[in-house]
Design a protein around this ligand. Structure first.
Ligand code: CU
Length: 106
C-alpha cells in the first residue's frame, strides 16, 4: 500500500465513523403538542418531526443557533433538521402557539 492509498483509507474510515455516530431522533406532533418537551442530542444529529394529528402542524425556530421554518404539513408527513452546532434551540409551531419544545445540542 503506498502512502496515497493509505491516506485514502484513513479518510474513508473517518468519514464512515462520523456518519455512523450521527443519530436520528423522532419527535411526534400529537394532540397539539410535541411528544417530548426537551431533547438532548449531539452536534451532527438529526431530528425528524412527524405529524400524527388529523390537522396541519408547522415547525419553526427563531433561535440564534439554528433558525429554520419547515413549513406546514399534514398527518403522516415528516420533516427533518440536522443540528450541527452545540447550544439550545427553541422549537415552535406557528399554527398552535402552545406547542413548544427545547433541543439541547451538546
Ligand atoms: Cu401545531
Amino acid at each position: 500500500m503506498n502512502s496515497y492509498t493509505k491516506t485514502f483509507f484513513c479518510v474513508s474510515a473517518l468519514f464512515f465513523a462520523s456518519v455512523a455516530t450521527a443519530e436520528e431522533y423522532e419527535v411526534a406532533q400529537k394532540n397539539k403538542a410535541f411528544s417530548v418537551e426537551e431533547l438532548n442530542i449531539k452536534a451532527g444529529d438529526t431530528v425528524k418531526f412527524t405529524n400524527q394529528d388529523d390537522f396541519f402542524h408547522n415547525v419553526f425556530s427563531l433561535s440564534d443557533l439554528k433558525t429554520f421554518d419547515l413549513g406546514s404539513y399534514p398527518k403522516g408527513e415528516f420533516k427533518s433538521v440536522t443540528f450541527d452546532k452545540a447550544g439550545t434551540v427553541e422549537v415552535e409551531c406557528a399554527i398552535h402557539p402552545s406547542m413548544l419544545m427545547t433541543i439541547n445540542v451538546e
